[in-house]
Design a protein around this ligand. Structure first.
Ligand code: FAS
Ligand code: PHB
Length: 391
């Protein structure tokens, strides 16, 4: 097989990159380890930044998003028995977030690629990038197995969009990389439930029992998260215990009650901050979770992946149009400016809202003081708002 850009991974990064490249007349093939059904039903992110919605709209893949996505102009912080709305319409006029499940974005992108005759191969195994190193003489290629046959995809460039546990970052010599890694002393238990949201906007709740988040996916489906131990076993969380803990952490203000309903899915996600520098090596470029991970408190993972691939698309388009490799050479520097801003914001939101086991009374007072400051100072609230909706 032969193409211009070989893409490993059919998550948001790989699929959006393939679509954006096709709009520039650049061919690609996407190689995905899992089945189409699996990637289209994997429940993950739920919040799209203002810029991501614009990218998807301009790329012509936002029809369902604009129809079914829920535009929110604020979020609520709930702590100390009080509720405080961060009003985007006042703080960052004209910018908002849209609540729309990542799996829906993936469905939209797969549909668009297949409708355009794009090549997305599912159930691929043993994908291995080769020939991409600066001193390699041959052409880059990706060797893989599909339908029981070993195959080789020859390409000009390889995009590693294969997520945190993928193969592409591992294919870069360790000596060429600087890795930044920080694990948190807790995880998130995510719950999808068939119940109408009890709030029109997202609620980020911080209290002694731990953090809780009330989100949603539609007027009939809610999405919740509970801070739990990092190695928590989902078997220890029967539905009754989940609802009791969500109530304990969310029903902390007068007159507000949490509606419950059938749990559709539940699982524990670890929390970590991670960055790979550089995000490229020879003809291999990393994008999305393959290059960086953020704790989901700031709702940034999917949005950062979208940003990376818009930068990579522009750089590849410039190269193919004969403008040289300047944008490709500066891909890492361009992405890292936003990566580190998002890393900081995600770390900041996480430390502001979660209760750390080793936090002493002094730490808790600092947290409470910062929460009160964010809810009483327009400058502090604006800083949160502009980072949350996306710079
Ligand atoms: P992805 O991990 O989505 O996609 C990588 C793809 O590559 C996968 O389909 C994988 O099967 C494939 N792959 C891996 N190795 C391969 C190989 N060797 N060959 C071929 N294919 C290979 N972000 C938020 O903003 N909010 C959230 O609430 C949130 N919750 C999350 C919950 C979980 C459990 C996880 C893991 C992540 C969550 N994230 C969240 C972050 C998430 O949304 C990512 O940022 C987003 O999926 C990034 O997209 P990709 O970079 O495309 O990586
Ligand atoms: C979600 O709806 O999945 C979601 C929303 C906000 C976050 C994280 C996850 O910060």
């Amino acid at each position: 097989m032969r193409t211009q850009v070989g893409i490993v991974g059919a998550g948001p990064a790989g699929l959006l990159l393939s679509h954006l490249l096709s709009l520039r007349g650049i061919g690609s093939v996407v190689l995905e380890a899992r089945s189409r059904d699996y990637v289209e039903h994997r429940v993950r992110a739920g919040v799209l930044e203002h810029g991501t919605v614009r990218t998807l709209t301009e790329a012509g893949v936002a029809d369902r998003l604009l129809r079914d996505g829920m535009v929110h102009t604020g979020i609520e912080l709930r702590f100390g028995g009080e509720r405080h709305r961060i009003a985007f319409e006042k703080l960052v006029p004209g910018r908002a977030i849209t609540v729309y499940g990542q799996q829906e974005v993936v469905k939209d992108l797969i549909a668009a690629r297949l409708a355009a005759g794009g090549e997305v191969l599912f159930d691929v195994s043993a994908a291995a990038p080769a020939g991409f190193r600066p001193d390699d003489k041959g052409r880059p290629c990706i060797e893989f197995s599909h339908d029981g046959r070993r195959q080789t995809l020859e390409c000009d460039f390889i995009a590693g969009c294969d997520g945190f546990h993928g193969i592409c970052r591992q294919a870069i010599p360790a000596a060429a990389l600087t890795l930044f890694d920080r694990e948190y002393p807790f995880g998130w238990l995510g719950v999808l439930a068939e119940v109408a949201p009890s709030s029109e906007e997202l609620i980020y709740a911080s209290n002694e029992r731990g953090f809780a988040l009330h989100s949603m996916r539609s007027p009939q489906v809610s999405r919740f998260y509970l801070q739990v131990a990092p190695d928590e076993e989902i078997e220890r969380w029967p539905d009754e215990r989940i609802w009791a803990e969500l109530r304990a952490r969310l029903e902390t203000v007068p007159g507000w009650a949490l509606a419950t309903g059938p749990v559709l899915e539940k699982g524990v996600t670890a929390m970590r901050s991670f960055v790979t520098e550089p995000m490229q090596f020879g003809k291999l470029f990393l994008a999305g979770d393959a290059a960086h991970i953020v704790p989901p408190t700031g709702a940034k993972g999917l949005n950062l992946a979208a940003f990376d691939v818009t930068v990579l698309t522009a750089a590849l388009a410039a190269w193919y149009s004969g403008e040289g490799s300047g944008l490709l050479d500066s891909y890492t520097a361009t992405c890292l400016r936003r990566v580190w801003r998002v890393q900081h914001f995600s770390w900041w939101m996480t430390t502001l809202l979660h209760s750390f086991g080793d936090y002493d009374a002094y730490d808790r007072r600092l947290q409470q003081s910062y929460l009160e400051y964010v809810c009483s100072s327009q400058a502090a609230a604006t800083s949160l708002a502009e980072n949350y909706v996306g710079l």
